[in-house]
Design a protein around this ligand. Structure first.
Ligand code: NAG
Ligand code: NAG
Ligand code: NAG
Ligand code: NAG
Ligand code: NAG
Ligand code: NAG
Length: 559
């Protein structure tokens, strides 16, 4: 008995020692390889190195070449990129309560707002102010900010609507200001789009799981076919990579190298899996009508009567891009907008014109609008991918050409030939341009899962290409479509939600400020409209957007 126990103990000690030695070496090796790029390590480059890696005592030098990173900004864009990104920071949001309690997080239905009384009443040309108090599920006032709120002032009978400017006081209270632009009644809606706690989750996902939507490519040679994972950034320690980064734009793209085929055998690109990596508890932060797209309760009436203007308008403290009246979008600045209500009006405008559209599916809607409105346009699209194009519609007699092409990686799309995935900036470099050319760019919906650096880099490349185009072909009209809000549920909100769309939207405005390009204000147009938010806005809204595009394409000549 005794002997047996001793032997067993010895065995235990031996196994223990082996385990300790093994785990220590794994730990050392891990810590060593972490953050270290073997390919650029000095010892790797020398053909006969004398020091094996484990003899290096000091910290490894910083790799000369930055390892593939989602946060990549190339040296040429670092300074401006950082300044732009700093200009759009979201307020600090608190970490989730520990232990988790939904009670302590923001609730839409518990939160309230009231219209600040106006002794003299409301008049067109003035403003309406709304005070908002956010509360948690227990009904206690919140004391920190970071919730994502929107406000709308509207009158359905008059076909009127306008967005408000929402200011976060960072203490659980917000103020929303609405310009008064029509007489009659006006009702206020305040909506919690996402709670600050859910935004903490969204921020974490971007930091830790930027690859939660992944992509793939098929590689082919003869009868051999292999498929691998692709993304903006892949871990070089998990396998050899194919580097498809674009030398002229610096845009990064990688696939894992197939086992047998070489990198040159890549034929297509497609969206892969979508992983939502959040806990059961966190899921409670994404309940539609509760803390995701949830209306706030009005204390008192949410409706006021606005009288006609008397005397001078006061200076608007917030000037939106436009508003709806009679269900027509009325911009408050920029060129006058005309109605293009039938095919002959559209054709007359497009005679002798070229429209080139680049971007995501929200720009493709404009191409479809034109080809569906003009039966005299001949399309040549049957050989193209229905999602990615490239599309072409022409009429020789009327000298009209309309094209559409999807934007480059990352693009969430069903299989598309890699030959057809092109960066917008490279495409713009091939546009001849001139006074009869209109370029429409809409790149915003496929970047939500990534840190903003990627989108920033993309926009700076597009801006560079636009400015070059305007220099070599003066008179070219350039239109940039902004993002817009959409219908959301849990999976959409963690991959492509409105908060993820708002950050690039702010960046886009900052990047194209003072460049003279026309911003097509989809954000306000969708938010101010009575239709439910939709990634692909309904036909009524598309028509009003196209009225702006066509008004810009064919400005009324003054006589
Ligand atoms: C949340 O609040 C409700 C009612 O206010 C209470 O019954 C419940 O125990 C609270 N839950 C936690 C985890 O605090
Ligand atoms: C929150 O901040 C606003 C603006 O600074 C201030 O007017 C308000 O009194 C503050 N409210 C609370 C509850 O601290
Ligand atoms: C707005 O004012 C005009 C003229 O002052 C008036 O004719 C019209 O009825 C008013 N509309 C509403 C909805 O009150
Ligand atoms: C990928 O290729 C680009 C351009 O050819 C190069 O600048 C970059 O350093 C390469 N990246 C990696 C991780 O090899
Ligand atoms: C088309 O619209 C224009 C301008 O709105 C109008 O003048 C014209 O009569 C309309 N043509 C047809 C065929 O309806
Ligand atoms: C081009 O337009 C003209 C007149 O608008 C029409 O008669 C012709 O059929 C169109 N051509 C094609 C190829 O669609």
């Amino acid at each position: 008995m005794k002997m047996g126990k001793l032997a067993a103990d010895k065995r235990t000690v031996f196994v223990f020692l082996v385990l300790v030695t093994w785990s220590t070496s794994v730990f050392l090796l891990r810590s060593y390889t972490k953050g270290y790029n073997f390919l650029t390590a000095p010892w790797y480059k020398t053909t006969s190195f004398t020091q094996p890696p484990f003899a290096v005592k000091t910290r490894a030098p910083e790799p000369e070449v930055q390892r593939c990173s989602f946060k990549y900004l190339p040296p040429a864009h670092i300074e401006e990129g950082r300044r732009l990104l700093d200009s759009i920071t979201w307020p600090e949001t608190l970490p989730l309560p520990k232990p988790f309690s939904l009670n302590l997080t923001t609730s839409g239905p518990k939160s309230t707002f009231y219209i600040e009384p106006e002794a003299e009443g409301w008049r067109v040309g003035g403003e309406l102010t709304v005070r908002i108090q956010m509360k948690d599920f227990s009904g206690n006032p919140k004391s920190s900010g970071g919730d994502f709120l929107i406000g709308r002032l509207h009158n359905r009978e008059l076909g009127a609507g306008v967005v408000g400017q929402v200011q976060d006081h960072l203490n659980g209270t917000f103020t929303a200001v609405f310009p008064l632009l029509w007489n009659g009644t006006a009702s206020v809606d305040v909506t919690l789009v996402q709670s600050s706690e859910s935004i903490s989750v969204l921020k974490r996902l971007t930091e830790q799981n930027p690859d939660r939507i992944d992509f793939g490519s098929d590689f082919r040679s003869g009868s051999v076919k292999e498929t691998t994972t692709c993304n903006v950034c892949l871990d070089p320690l998990k396998g050899p990579l194919c580097n498809y980064s674009d030398p002229s734009t610096g845009e990064q793209w990688f696939c894992y190298k197939p086992k047998t085929l070489d990198c040159g055998k890549r034929v297509n690109h497609f969206i892969g899996n979508i992983k939502t990596i959040i806990s059961k508890e966190e899921e409670a932060l994404f309940q539609t009508g509760v803390n995701l797209i949830a209306s706030l309760k009005a204390v008192g009436s949410n409706t006021v009567t606005v009288l006609s203007k008397a005397g001078e308008s006061q200076e608007m403290s917030f000037k939106p891009a436009g508003y709806y009246f009679n269900n027509i979008w009325r911009p408050l600045s920029g060129p006058a907008v005309r109605q293009f209500n039938n095919a002959s009006a559209i054709t007359a405008c497009l005679k002798g014109k070229q429209l080139h559209m680049f971007g995501d599916s929200t720009v493709r809607q404009y191409y479809s609008y034109i080809t569906q409105s003009l039966k005299n346009l001949q399309t040549f699209d049957k050989h193209s991918s229905t999602q990615g194009g490239p599309f072409l519609a022409v009429n020789q007699t009327d000298d009209i050409m309309v094209t559409y092409r999807t934007h480059g990686f990352p693009i969430r799309i069903r299989p598309l030939l890699v030959s057809q995935v092109q960066y917008v900036s490279s495409e713009l470099d091939r546009v001849a341009g001139g006074p009869n050319t209109v370029v429409i760019v809409g790149v915003w919906a496929h970047f939500g899962t990534y840190p903003m650096e990627l989108y920033c880099q993309r926009l700076l490349n597009i801006r560079r290409a636009i400015l070059h185009l305007l220099i070599r072909a003066p008179g070219t009209k350039v239109i940039i479509r902004t993002g817009n809000m959409k219908s959301m549920n849990l999976p959409i909100s963690v991959t492509n939600g409105d908060w993820y769309a708002l950050q690039p939207d702010k960046l886009l405005r900052a990047v194209f400020k003072d460049t003279g390009v026309f911003l097509l204000e989809s954000w306000e147009m969708v938010q101010a409209h009575y239709l439910p938010h939709n990634l692909h806005p309904g036909p009524e809204i598309i028509k009003l957007m196209m009225d702006q595009v066509l008004s810009l394409t064919c400005p009324e000549t003054r006589r």
